[in-house]
Design a binder for this molecule. Structure first.
Ligand SMILES: [Zn+2]
Length: 392
């Protein structure tokens, strides 16, 4: 295995979180698990949250291989038994003494130095200064367009004012706001099949009018598609990268319409070829499509977040399959961590192990020599993200 343990890590896609104080083991499981259902998910549908269902949800979350692995990583870090109760007791004790110092030791162990954070989740948005004050790593904020769109739909304004406010908010975020990129989760809303012809301003005018009149007929999709095009144009203007969610997400995601391939027509359209675009989550489980797009589209990148760490033992095949087509310079590490610092920690550890194994396979297979494999690890774990976000 190529040794990459000492290398610095930039987490290119994750979400801000604050110190939650002491958590119970059950809360820890709920907060760190990916998906698996929640009390509100069931209660919204009128399903009574019985003791049986509570236990069933916990059992599902504790029995994902990702969760088992996180417990083991934390147990090794604290020198306690690989048991959720022991690990949660140790993290609560460490965090109670000094949360920032605890996170600093955790992230130093994983080599995590920088986190690019989508401030669009959680909502309402967290304060950047407060997040920075609690986390001992560089925080690079990214601005999400969907909360802005929701606000503007609430405002009683016509298309001219809507468009002016939309542009001003994104431009302001990228200039005085300190945001280093823009993010869209249109895959969660109306899907990724966005025609580049949606860029015509008249589509925005027509679609907003239809939305306001409650006419349906795909008006919301037309409006969102137009606004995504506009965001790409603003990213080009401000030389900022655009993150587009692709692939799996929580249960709300439009799974059939989240495939990266749906973005081909948009991203190869002449007006958008200049935009640097990160296909977030590499479209997992369609990550080979994202890797192919990073291969043929000169300014398109793909990350491995969410699949790593939540696909657990899939981390190795994700790296291996993405690297079949994507250049080494266009694959970027990320975790999609949120809620608690332990997710970003275990994800970075898992990624290093999986990447070390995959790079060793490439050395054995005659694709790289040892020095090139180390360089590739440096690029994927940190340097590609630093270049994409112009962090140096
Ligand atoms: Zn995310």
């Amino acid at each position: 295995m190529v040794d990459v343990q000492d290398l610095a890590v930039v987490d290119v896609h994750c979400h801000p979180f604050l110190d939650r104080g002491e958590v119970t083991t059950e809360e820890f499981v709920d907060l760190t698990a990916f998906g698996g259902g929640s009390r509100s998910y069931l209660e919204e549908a009128g399903v009574a949250f019985t003791e049986e269902i509570r236990a069933e949800l916990q059992r599902g979350k504790r029995n994902t291989l990702y969760f088992r692995r996180m417990v083991r990583d934390l147990a090794a870090f604290f020198g306690v038994a690989p048991d959720p109760d022991a690990v949660v007791a140790a993290r609560n004790a460490a965090a109670a003494v000094d949360y920032r110092d605890y996170v600093a030791r955790l992230y130093a162990d994983a080599g995590l130095t920088t986190m690019v954070m989508d401030f669009g989740f959680p909502q309402p948005g967290l304060d950047l200064g407060t997040v920075r004050s609690q986390l001992p790593v560089d925080i690079v904020p990214v601005y999400r367009i969907e909360p802005l769109i929701a606000d503007l739909l609430q405002a009683d304004v016509g298309w001219g004012e809507f468009a002016r406010r939309y542009d001003a908010a994104i431009a302001g975020a990228l200039t005085t706001g300190g945001f280093k990129g823009v993010k869209s989760i249109i895959a969660y809303r109306t899907g990724l099949e966005v025609s580049p012809l949606s860029r015509t301003p008249d589509q925005g005018l027509q679609a907003l009018d239809a939305v306001r009149r409650g006419l349906g007929g795909g008006a919301t999709k037309k409006l969102r598609d137009h606004l995504l095009c506009r965001a790409l144009e603003l990213c080009i203007e401000h030389d900022a990268p655009m993150q587009i969610h692709t692939g799996m997400g929580d249960f709300e995601v439009n799974l059939p319409l989240c495939r990266p391939a749906f973005l081909m027509d948009l991203l190869r359209f002449p007006a958008y070829r200049g935009c640097r675009v990160l296909l977030v989550h590499g479209g997992y489980p369609y990550h080979r499509e994202a890797a192919y797009m990073a291969h043929v589209l000169p300014r398109v990148y793909c990350d491995v977040s969410e699949g790593i760490p939540f696909a657990g033992p899939g981390a190795r095949s994700i790296f291996a399959e993405v690297l079949e087509m994507a250049p080494l310079s266009k694959v970027v590490y990320g975790s999609d961590g949120y809620t608690l610092p332990e997710i970003n920690f275990t994800s970075a550890k898992l990624a290093k192990q999986a990447l070390g194994q995959v790079l060793q396979d490439l050395v054995t297979g005659g694709f790289l020599d040892d020095a090139e494999a180390r360089d590739a690890a440096r690029m994927i774990l940190a340097e590609n993200a630093r270049a994409l976000y112009r962090l140096d």
